[in-house]
Design a protein around this ligand. Structure first.
Ligand code: NAP
Length: 292
């Protein structure tokens, strides 16, 4: 039994994954573009994650582009039987590293094939359709056309499960008329809690919610409450932030991102951190202060 087992498991399609996973976006170069500064370090992070029991890795072929998936393959193939690699499609990168929508049938189909080739897989476990209607947050609008393409690729046997990312509750409900949706991946953390109601709704129907930016994203969370709670418990502020997410709802699966083995170990150790009631109350207030 590994330490991260303390956080339990949750269903992701027909897989049961550990709730403490790993997000691979930080393995590409600066700005998620080009190769990492230290490829060996990137390989070491992935190998350490899996050796520590992680069986849920989040990626995309537009990280790099291609680079992150190629590093995952080099580090981990042949893959352990229980490893679930979740990818996402619908964006492409400009030559300057910019992020652009890639929503056409041709682009989505190409993206699935790029993921298969670069990961070295015959079938993708889970593919999230990432809405690019808004780059920085969910924006209402129809996802029917791209989701229908992804459902077609699922029928062809190239994709096992489908999820949605950066979406609203209405887009999820509309999407469910097209295909089964096994997970939602939106921005959420201690200080950014727009999805509070959605998380509870998804928990009721057994759908996994996978917060991206669980540590705050490119600029990790900083809050005096986090620091005070961490000091009292003899842990670190970011471990407290992760433990709070694990406590927040049973359907939350964590994918904290890091390019550092030391940070990975620190993040995985949060699986064992139990937050006392008084700390939980204080942490709940951080969102209210952030929203004020
Ligand atoms: N669906 C989407 O649109 C979307 C968008 C963004 C991300 N994602 C996914 O979500 C995953 C998580 O998001 P994220 O990686 O952007 O953000 P994050 O997990 O909130 O934070 C990552 C940042 O925190 C730092 N960090 C990590 N652990 C640390 C520690 N213990 N101490 C100090 N700093 C630490 C990392 O730097 P170091 O590398 O130096 O540790 C990096 O700067 C990504 O890997 C990606 O798979 C999805």
């Amino acid at each position: 039994m590994s330490k991260i087992d303390a956080a339990g498991t949750y269903s992701l399609g027909n897989h049961k994954v550990k709730r403490m996973g790993y997000g691979a976006m930080q393995l590409a170069g600066p700005g998620v573009f080009g190769p990492p500064k230290d490829r060996d370090a990137a390989l070491a992070v992935l190998r350490e994650a899996v050796a520590s029991g992680v069986n849920h890795i989040d990626t995309s072929d537009f990280y790099g582009p291609h680079v992150t998936n190629q590093i995952i393959r080099e580090a981990l193939a042949p893959y352990p039987g229980d490893l679930v690699i979740v990818t996402k499609i619908s964006a492409k990168r400009g030559t300057d590293g910019s992020w652009m929508p890639a929503f056409s049938r041709e682009e989505l189909t190409q993206a699935v094939h790029d993921n298969l080739r670069n990961l070295g897989l015959d079938v993708l476990d889970v593919v999230n359709l990432r809405s690019m209607l808004g780059i920085h947050g969910p924006v209402e609008g129809s996802l029917e056309a791209p989701l229908t393409v992804l459902a077609d690729l699922q029928h062809q046997g190239l994709v096992r499960h489908i999820g949605l990312s950066n979406v609203t509750a209405k887009q999820i409900a509309d999407g469910r008329k097209i295909c089964e949706i096994v997970c939602i991946q939106n921005a959420y953390n201690l200080a950014h809690r727009a999805d509070d109601a959605l998380i509870d709704e998804l928990a009721r129907d057994g759908t996994a919610y996978v917060p991206f930016f669980p540590l705050g994203g490119f600029t990790p969370l900083q809050s005096s409450t986090l620091s005070e709670v961490a000091a009292r418990l003899g842990t670190t502020p970011l471990q407290v932030a992760l433990a709070w997410l694990l406590h927040r709802a049973p359907n939350i699966l964590l994918i904290p991102g890091t390019g550092s083995v030391a940070h990975l170990r620190e993040n995985l150790a949060a699986a064992e951190l139990v937050l006392p009631d008084d700390a939980l109350k204080e942490l709940d207030n951080v969102a209210k202060i952030a929203a004020a």
